[in-house]
Design a binder for this molecule. Structure first.
Ligand SMILES: *Cc1c(COP(=O)(O)O)cnc(C)c1O
Length: 464
């Protein structure tokens, strides 16, 4: 498989190069040159396969010759062997129409482990092969950072600098990052919000001298390999609920648009997905974009679902590229306009095309709390606020197609917010106990590019 940039001006890369590159050099995001298609029989053939075998089948066409099938199987077996549930991503039934897909059984209690545990191993394998060394820079609203740090701590060939907005991640999220004391892990608390942290990361990538001197790389959801690894659980869940004979809908708590974009790819590959329900909290740019073509950023409102408290959704560019007929020059012009004015009107024809796959909903904190209490009182399931945003949207959706709500975090990761909404304080699973006894290490820096670059330059390994 070959990968092209959404802005049309970066080199075409293979899977190994696209994994190590993260962002494209023209400021765009890499996407496969075409979506591989699974026939109805191939989808039916996934029935009964383990999570790892499902992942081998789904990932193989994207990986091409970068790994042999045996290497891929060994890597995925290792990645998912560390999950604390034998089904890796189990389905839980709520009522006759609704299911939860629990994606939080990895080491850091959120769905980002599903992709990141395998991505860490892909980095290690590809870097060892070429003898290269990279500096991974990331911005996190909490869960990406902890998942990346767990997956990359102590791995050869990588130095990791993770920026989080100071004071705006939960205590569990922060400690999952800052108590990892491996020498290749560097946590930076930025005096600003998540968008400030993400803008700093983008600026470092766009600084050619800095980027090439330290061989910058990214594991944010702009990294294609992460999205590929998230396609797997859409197939895994839908096949268990009757695909390809029955269509399934998914409700996805959405921030950076990575997780739900993986669902869009699954649909493009031939999985019979009826609706992809994009659920946002009060930070509703994606709901406005998909329902009215209004893609305009405001200011971030802090909510009980902080991993969705963002205004600019980096992966949305991948959808815009497809909606615009995969015209890189047009996507580049539209995104440059958006970057200058922080607003974009999506043409009505493209909004209508998006509506063939996506519904959207804005869920406020009251509706979130109602869904959270319903899961608890009617079904005996304690869910986290991110999951509750999507469950509220799922329950409000029309029709009788079965709906799978992606349960993106363990409730214990957001126990203060769960307690406020429901009165019940969830426990932390055993794998996270001890977090509050460990030493923390991080630096606090202003949201200033020169200061951050100097800090990293003093600690990273430059190219010889
Ligand atoms: C990251 C995250 C999301 C949002 O996922 P995107 O891929 O950014 O849309 C939702 N819930 C939780 C718990 C997360 O960590």
């Amino acid at each position: 498989m070959r990968y092209i940039s959404t802005r049309g001006a970066a080199p075409v890369l293979d899977f190994e190069a696209v994994t190590l590159a993260g962002l494209a050099s023209d400021g765009g995001l890499y996407v496969p040159e075409h979506w591989p298609r699974f026939s109805r029989d191939e989808v039916a053939g996934l029935a009964g396969l383990s999570y790892v075998e499902t992942a081998v089948r789904i990932c193989a066409p994207f990986i091409g010759t970068a790994l042999t099938e045996a290497e891929l199987r060994a890597l995925l077996t290792k990645a998912y062997g560390g999950f604390h549930h034998a089904a890796v991503t189990p389905l839980v039934q709520l009522d006759q129409r609704h299911w939860l897909l629990e994606l939080f059984h990895g080491p850091t209690l959120a769905f980002k482990d599903v992709a990141m545990q395998a991505l860490g191993l892909l980095f290690e394998a590809f870097l060892a092969r070429s003898g290269r060394h990279v500096t991974i820079i990331g911005a996190t609203s909490g869960d990406t950072g902890s998942a990346a740090i767990d997956a990359l701590a102590g791995r050869a060939g990588v130095e990791v600098f993770m920026l989080h907005p100071s004071g705006r991640v939960s205590d569990v999220q922060r400690r999952q990052m800052t108590t990892v004391l491996a020498p290749n892990i560097h946590n930076i608390a930025i005096e600003g919000n998540f968008d400030d942290a993400q803008a700093l990361v983008k600026a470092m990538f766009n600084d050619p001298g800095f980027n090439s001197r330290f061989a910058l790389s990214a594991v944010n959801s702009i990294n294609w390999a992460r999205l590929m690894l998230q396609i797997v659980y859409y197939f895994y869940a839908a096949v268990r609920l009757g695909a390809p004979d029955r269509a399934i809908s998914f409700a996805v708590p959405t921030g950076n648009f990575g997780d739900v974009f993986a669902g869009y790819v699954a649909k493009a590959m031939g999985l019979p997905i009826d609706r992809l329900i994009v659920a946002t909290n009060e930070n509703d740019i994606l709901h406005r974009a998909l329902s009215a073509g209004d893609y305009s950023a405001g200011t971030v409102t802090p909510t009980a679902s902080p991993s969705m408290d963002i205004q600019v959704s980096s992966n949305f560019e991948r959808l815009l590229f497809d909606l615009g007929g995969r015209d890189g020059a047009a996507t580049a012009a539209a995104m440059q306009g958006f970057e200058a004015s922080r607003a974009m009107a999506i043409p009505a024809g493209q909004v209508a095309t998006a509506a063939t796959a996506f519904d959207s909903a804005r869920v406020d904190s009251d509706a979130m709390a109602t869904a959270l209490r319903w899961a608890q009182e009617a079904c005996g399931e304690i869910i986290d606020p991110h999951t509750a945003i999507a469950l509220a949207a799922a329950r409000a959706s029309a029709g009788d197609t079965p709906v799978v709500t992606l349960a993106t975090a363990h409730p214990g990761k957001f126990r203060d917010a769960v307690e406020r909404a429901s009165g019940v304080r969830p426990g932390l699973p055993r794998r996270a106990q001890g977090l509050f006894d460990r030493e923390e290490r991080y630096d606090v820096l202003p949201a200033d590019l020169a200061a951050i670059e100097a800090h990293i330059a003093a600690r990273a390994r430059p190219i010889a």
